[in-house]
Write a protein that binds this ligand. Sequence first.
Ligand code: BGC
Ligand code: CA
Length: 155
Amino acid sequence: GLLCIIQVALNISLRLSLEERSAGVPKRLFQKGWEYFHSSFYYISSTEKTWQESRDDCVSRGANLMIIDSQEEQDFTRRFPKRMWIGLTDRAQEGTWRWVDGTLLQRSYWYSGEPNDEWGEEDCAEINYKDVENSWNDMPCDRQIHWICEKKMAP
Ligand code: BGC
Ligand code: CA
């Protein structure tokens, strides 16, 4: 009898705390494929697309390509040993790298020698799979690789 009451109380408090934590977060973000880290949800693709198709895919999921604006976020990407598009491009103006939210690139994590705009054709940024802190490379935007979406939950 008493155990039963305790059980019910625990169930209710657990449920309440779960609901509190997830208040206002769309259900789909708790589903397969999304990972939570430092106030954002991230989606790592299992297929490969061009940079623009990747971006469109993220937007259709209510997100955008990943914007890396902290050392912690950059470190987080090392959990995924894939070549992945991030939300960074200089296709509007060569040499001026902007995030998909329009902000100018400040702190960067380019691999040594990058961005090199090889053949004058590389305007989109990828996380290269090399296990190094500075992992970014510029690539032709029409290459098909994986991508990582980000949905920010807090400003
Ligand atoms: C170069 C990169 C370039 C890539 C293109 C590599 O060998 O180091 O700068 O973006 O080839 O696939
Ligand atoms: Ca390059």
